[in-house]
Design a binder for this molecule. Structure first.
Ligand SMILES: NC(=O)c1ccc[n+]([C@@H]2O[C@H](COP(=O)([O-])OP(=O)(O)OC[C@H]3O[C@@H](n4cnc5c(N)ncnc54)[C@H](OP(=O)(O)O)[C@@H]3O)[C@@H](O)[C@H]2O)c1
Length: 288
């Protein structure tokens, strides 16, 4: 049986993917990577092989990938040297004899040249490096997490309405837990998904006006949805105490929605999960 290693297993996406896999797969076939293996003690107790490794430390990865056939490479975090870290992971996988890498990337509009700082350049570069590596690949181009949207908008409470660079864009976003379930479906039958690229998102697109309408319905008090420039959005966020770097980063994601970067509904996630992903309506109703 294949030995599959899950990276990012202490995090949201990798951890949930491992949990989904453990429902149907023997723990003896599974391994997990952590910078601090102590954080994965619960998985070790269930029989998952836990290895220490850091994307920034090439040698640690070569050692961690020893005897592993399939690596689920969860992309490195923003505001770190992602390009080097992901290059280390691919080189180490190749060197250790891994035959198939399943990599989490980001959804982009077909033909898009839009850049999201700290995100798209690295994802595109690593995708290409994986294609050129000679290893089998599966690329999971995840949408922006639906769960990340409220934080990017900067609202805990929507009563003051939405003031955003709306554009005319729509977005079909999936929750992180659904994206993890999709990844686990690939990991459960890796041979079926060799050399495939999937774009994973929600099964229905929505606009910010749709979100305002769901929240209005749920709370019983109409909330406004006002179009402002990206510059004004960032300035207002900073004035409200959001650090400049995060306000700029949030603005870039919202602008990506505004220009339709996540609008395409491919059905890939629905097919992998065998059910419809969580709907934005349910998500925002639960949130408020
Ligand atoms: N599509 C989206 O909306 C979206 C949103 C956020 C992030 N992402 C991307 O998707 C990835 C997974 O998301 P997530 O929500 O699961 O993030 P997360 O909860 O922050 O988890 C990140 C994982 O990466 C691990 N990690 C960080 N630096 C590492 C290093 N140098 N070497 C090895 N492991 C390292 C962390 O381990 P430690 O416990 O050691 O820190 C953690 O397990 C992120 O890393 C990011 O690239 C996508």
């Amino acid at each position: 049986m294949s030995k599959i290693m899950i990276t990012g297993a202490t995090g949201g996406l990798g951890g949930a993917s491992l949990d989904f896999l453990l429902k149907n797969q023997s723990s003896s076939e599974l391994a997990a990577l952590a910078r601090d293996p102590g954080k994965l003690a619960d998985y070790a107790a269930k029989g998952v092989t836990v290895r220490k490794g850091d994307y920034s430390d090439y040698n640690s990865l070569v050692k961690a990938f020893d005897g592993i056939e399939i690596v689920f490479l969860v992309s490195a975090v923003a505001f770190s040297d992602r390009a080097t870290q992901e290059a280390n992971a691919l080189r180490a996988a190749k060197s250790a004899g891994v035959r198939h890498v399943i990599y989490t990337s980001i959804q982009q509009r077909p033909g898009s040249t839009l850049k999201i700082s700290q995100v798209t350049d690295t994802n595109n570069h690593t995708e290409q490096a994986l294609l050129d590596s000679g290893m089998q690949f599966t690329i999971l181009r995840n949408s922006l997490y639906l769960d990340a949207l409220p934080m990017l908008i900067g609202h805990k409470d929507f009563s003051s309405g939405l003031r955003l660079p709306l554009g005319s864009g729509r977005a079909a976003l999936a929750t992180r837990i659904d994206l993890a379930e999709g990844a686990a479906a690939v990991l459960a039958q890796p041979e079926r998904h060799q050399n495939k690229i999937y774009t994973l998102g929600g099964s229905e697109s929505f606009s910010f006006a749709d979100i305002a309408s769901v929240i209005s319905e749920k709370t019983g008090s109409p909330i406004t949805c006002e179009n402002i420039t990206l510059k004004a959005f960032v300035a207002e966020a900073v004035a409200a105490g959001v650090p400049q770097q995060f306000a700029d980063f949030s603005g870039e994601w919202l602008n990506a929605i505004a220009v339709g970067e996540f609008a395409e509904v491919t059905g890939d996630l629905e097919r992998l999960m065998g059910r419809t992903p969580s709907h934005y309506r349910e998500f925002f109703q639960a949130l408020v």
